[in-house]
Design a protein around this ligand. Structure first.
Ligand code: NAD
Ligand code: MN
Length: 357
């Protein structure tokens, strides 16, 4: 059987309550899937920073790079005021491991008034996030002004669009493996603002189009485009229309937080940071200090993030098992955590989902 070594980075707050659930679901997968898991506990986060002076110790990065196939990252607390020497470990990890895609599925149960089942695929390395800003002074602009570089490359646009196409195909195969969905045929929506930014967003658009015209997608994956502002409108009016959305960094950041708001609880929304042959599953929520230590954190965002990580490690069938078990728990609606209006503890939700595997 195939052995996958997974780094576990619980971080702070409820990260420590939900990451163990990710480990348990991996351990509970049936052996018939041919997977074995080994785990390495790793440090990162604000408490790690207070103890060691580094929010992301070098050792954590080294072990992830040299020994692990993937990882689960819980959440970290950020100090409310600026603390010298502290910077976000997940942002650093994305850079150090070249995790060029941020993938965020947003899904409700099929019985919801407005069922939603979409994935936002955000380019994670360029656009305005290259942070090449400068502040200048020129009377022509009335004095002080600032500007920033928006960098879009064909290479990054092509690889992110290719990933979106692959995710669309894989979702079709997850459906064939029993994962519920409102969609029948794969669809990728390319988001941009090329009517205004004809060169930068224009390049993103044309390169994405080209990548999605590759033989393995054409005829199977439908491709459409949506200008980003009307995308926001449609996302809120008609969220059920979307399957996979691919976007440059900034639009993707905004769309993915907006889409997460459509499903009711942050405790449901997973994500993955993905690079070449490596993936980190990460629930979208933070360390939730208001509910920590009470055994009421919803573990579903983490369990879905665990499945998402598996998808990118080529363990699609195992991912399908987890998704289907989570869907089963939500559709029955008997054992739900308080954020979903239920009374179940974290432990009870985990046990119900493990039972359904
Ligand atoms: P948060 O996501 O931690 O919490 C927002 C609200 O959602 C809270 O009421 C919380 O109780 C609830 N919530 C979140 N996850 C839940 C879950 N699994 N089950 C049930 N309820 C859940 O965001 P915040 O309160 O703005 O931030 C708290 C801390 O987390 C801050 O220090 C912030 O910097 C950090 N944060 C970290 C990340 C990350 O690590 N990726 C993301 C966001 C915030
Ligand atoms: Mn964001």
């Amino acid at each position: 059987s195939r052995v996958l070594r997974i780094g576990l980075i619980p971080g702070d707050g409820i990260g420590r309550e939900v990451i163990p659930a990710g480990r348990r679901i991996l351990e509970a997968l049936p052996s018939s899937l041919g997977l074995k898991f080994e785990f390495t506990d790793l440090q990162a986060g604000f408490e790690t920073f207070e103890k060691t002076g580094a929010a992301l110790p070098d050792k954590t990065v080294e072990i992830l790079k040299n020994e692990c196939n993937g990882a689960l990252f819980g959440a970290v607390s950020s100090p409310s005021k600026v603390v010298k020497g502290y910077s976000s470990p997940i942002v650093a990890l994305r850079k150090k491991l070249d995790l060029y895609a941020n993938v965020r599925p947003v899904k409700t149960v099929l019985t919801a008034a407005k069922p939603i089942d979409m994935v936002i695929v955000r380019e994670n390395t360029e656009d305005l996030y290259v942070k090449e800003e400068r502040t200048l002074d020129d009377p022509a602009y009335g004095g002080k002004y600032a500007e920033a570089i928006k960098r879009i490359s064909a290479r990054a646009s092509s690889r992110i669009a290719t990933m979106a196409g692959e995710i669309a195909l894989r979702r079709q195969s997850l459906r064939a493996n029993g994962v519920s969905s409102i969609h029948k045929a794969p669809l990728v929506t390319i988001t941009h603002k090329s009517n205004v930014l004809s060169q930068t967003d224009g390049l993103f658009r044309s390169t994405a189009r080209e990548a999605l015209a590759a033989p393995r997608f054409s005829g199977t994956v439908n491709v459409e485009e949506q200008i980003v502002d009307s995308m926001v409108y449609k996302l809120f009016r008609q969220p059920e229309a979307y399957d996979v959305i691919v976007a440059p960094n900034l639009y993707g950041d905004i769309l993915s937080d907006g889409a997460a708001a459509l499903v009711g609880s942050l405790g449901l929304v997973p994500s993955a940071n993905v690079g070449e042959g490596f993936a980190i599953g990460e629930p979208c929520h933070g360390s939730a200090p208001d509910i920590m230590g009470q055994n009421i954190a919803n573990p579903i965002a983490t369990l879905r993030s665990t499945a998402l990580m598996l998808e990118f490690l080529g363990a699609e069938e195992a991912a399908a098992r987890i998704y289907a078990a989570v869907d089963g728990n939500l559709e029955e609606g008997r054992l739900l955590s308080p954020d979903l209006g239920g009374k179940a503890t974290t432990e009870e939700v985990v046990q119900d989902i493990l039972r359904r595997l």
